[in-house]
Design a protein around this ligand. Structure first.
Ligand SMILES: NCc1[nH]cc(CCC(=O)O)c1CC(=O)O
Ligand SMILES: [Zn+2]
Ligand SMILES: [Zn+2]
Length: 302
């Protein structure tokens, strides 16, 4: 049930710890064999890749996102060769690659308005590039309207729709819990926030509509993010999309909070990691994106 989020940077030999995300690091492609080999031997089934470009030239269109020599495409290719049985998902977004740090494209006239159709088309280009590189799953986290249909259409037209799963971050809330991730990925917005395209925490109806819309647009997996504060939304998604796998993302801030609480003696780390994961399963999840995945491989002794 566990999918492990990993950060791939564009320095091929890098292994740099992320202070705000204890135990997690940014990895270069040359380090992936040593990093993941022991985990695959212990039963690791799947990963989701996040690109952390530090050397590239970011621009308004997020051009480095689908650079064939970029970290994500290089990592997909390398992992397919190294670990043929590993399921490889790739997060698809522009914020790590845009000069403004936002997840979509802006109207060029300084009005600060996003361009939903152009953004969805650009996201679809990036998703197709990851699918063509060998990703088993593409997971758009940008939240631009219409992106699921745009990606599905593009994958179908290029002959990849039956080879690449489309996992939608359907109910992604504008959360305070993404801080460590933005630190890790260098993707904090240069101005403003993401409240125009991520859901407000009180928006239960909006989340339900977003889930139904993504099912109708062709999503193969629905995701809810963050996880613990949104168990009701997970339960709603299980009801609204009963025939699709349901994922949740226990995000960076949730992970950091659990680790910090354990260090402060509030609870035992392992007990708390199990309790939260069991609550996701109870609410209806069949897939959990978790930074605890390597520890679960030990704890569960698969
Ligand atoms: N497209 C950005 C993205 N993709 C995954 C996360 C968060 C993951 C985490 O916190 O672990 C974010 C952060 C954001 O929306 O600002
Ligand atoms: Zn983004
Ligand atoms: Zn706004």
């Amino acid at each position: 049930m566990f999918m492990y989020p990993i950060f791939i940077t564009d320095d091929a030999d890098a292994h740099v710890e992320i202070p705000s995300l204890p135990g997690q690091a940014r990895w270069g492609v040359n380090r992936l064999e040593g990093f993941l080999g022991p985990l695959v031997a212990k039963g690791l089934q799947s990963v989701i890749l996040f690109g952390v470009p530090l050397k590239c030239n970011k621009d308004a269109r997020g051009s480095p996102a689908d650079d064939p020599e970029g970290p994500v495409i290089s990592a997909i290719r390398r992992l397919r060769t190294l670990f043929p049985a590993l399921y490889i998902a790739a997060d698809v977004c522009l914020c790590e690659y845009t000069s403004h740090g936002h997840c979509g494209l802006f109207r060029p006239d300084a009005s600060g308005t996003l361009l939903p159709e152009e953004s969805a088309a650009r996201i679809a280009d990036v998703a197709l590039a990851y699918a063509a590189a060998g990703a088993h799953c593409v997971a758009p986290s940008d939240m631009m309207d219409g992106r699921i249909y745009a990606i599905k259409r593009r994958l179908m037209d290029a002959g990849y729709a039956n080879r690449c799963t489309l996992m939608s971050y359907s109910a992604k809330f504008a959360s305070a819990l993404y801080g460590p991730f933005r630190d890790a990925a260098g993707s904090a917005p240069a101005f403003g926030d993401r409240k125009c395209y991520q859901l407000p925490p009180q928006g239960k109806g909006l989340a339900r509509r977003a889930i139904k819309r993504d099912v109708a647009e062709g999503a193969d997996i629905i995701m809810v993010k963050p996880a613990l504060p949104y168990l009701d939304i997970i339960q709603d998604a299980a009801e609204l999309a009963p025939d699709l796998p349901l994922a949740c993302y226990q995000v960076s801030g949730e992970y950091a909070m659990i680790v910090a609480g354990a260090r402060a003696g509030v609870y035992d780390l392992k007990t708390m990691a199990f309790e939260t994961s069991e609550s996701f399963a109870r609410a209806g999840c069949t897939l959990i994106l978790s930074y605890f995945t390597p520890q679960f491989l030990d704890w569960l002794e698969v």
